[in-house]
Design a protein around this ligand. Structure first.
Ligand code: BEZ
Length: 211
């Protein structure tokens, strides 16, 4: 069944480079990022996994655990991780699922036969602590992802989960945010005591409330 935003992220058990893992147990009460790679020993994937490892502290600050998937087997992953560590000057510090039977890849719709019938596309799922899918991204094999964008979305999701705001185009942590349309003007001073601007009746901004 095709997954959609707001669906419960399906749980699974899988062999990974860090042993057998239950996805929900691994995530615990925090946020999660599950992302797929077309194949081991490929150049773009090598840079993506290295970049993810380098961003370990950024993910930890956001109470977010990452898990990668590649349809190759564990032996292949082990050798490839050595290459990633060597070439990207880092240490892979998160599990990579070995999915040669494509069980998890099929569960999460990571196989796109019109793109490739043997490799996954570059999927990204962000999962909230209640195990709901909050973001889905799909990139082709030829385009490496922007992991700063993934962190930026986590910042937005964590902010908007706690305050009645939304984040505008290109927003970054610390910048002004948009007040949710459902909030009546008269409630704004109490709910957003840092002040606000009413640019249009439907476009009201306020400093980021949790900064
Ligand atoms: C890569 O990760 O470099 C890659 C994988 C599949 C097709 C093209 C590039």
């Amino acid at each position: 069944m095709e997954l959609r935003l707001g669906d419960t992220a399906p749980n699974f058990q899988a062999q990974t480079s860090e042993g057998e893992i239950d996805f929900y147990e691994y995530l615990g009460d925090g946020w999660g990022v599950l992302f797929s790679h077309p194949a081991d020993y490929t150049p773009v994937c090598t840079t993506e996994l290295g970049r993810t490892a380098q961003l370990k502290d950024e993910f930890a600050q956001r109470n977010t655990k990452v898990m990668a998937l590649s349809v190759d087997d564990l032996d292949s992953h082990k050798g490839w991780i050595n290459d990633i560590n060597e070439t990207q000057n880092t240490t892979v510090n998160f599990p990579i699922i070995a999915d040669p039977e494509r069980k998890v890849a099929e569960l999460y719709g990571m196989m796109h036969p019109n793109a490739s019938d043997s490799m996954t596309v570059r999927s990204v799922y962000i999962v909230s602590p209640d195990k709901k899918i909050k973001l889905m991204l799909t990139y082709p094999a030829s385009t490496g992802r922007n992991f700063n964008e993934i962190l930026r979305v986590i910042d937005s999701l964590q902010l908007t989960a706690n305050y009645s705001v939304a984040t505008p185009a290109d927003w970054k942590e610390g910048e002004d945010v948009v007040i949710a349309p459902a909030i009546p003007d008269e409630e704004i001073p109490e709910r957003f005591p840092k002040g606000h601007k009413k640019i249009k009746p439907y476009l009201r901004t306020t400093p980021q409330p949790n900064k």
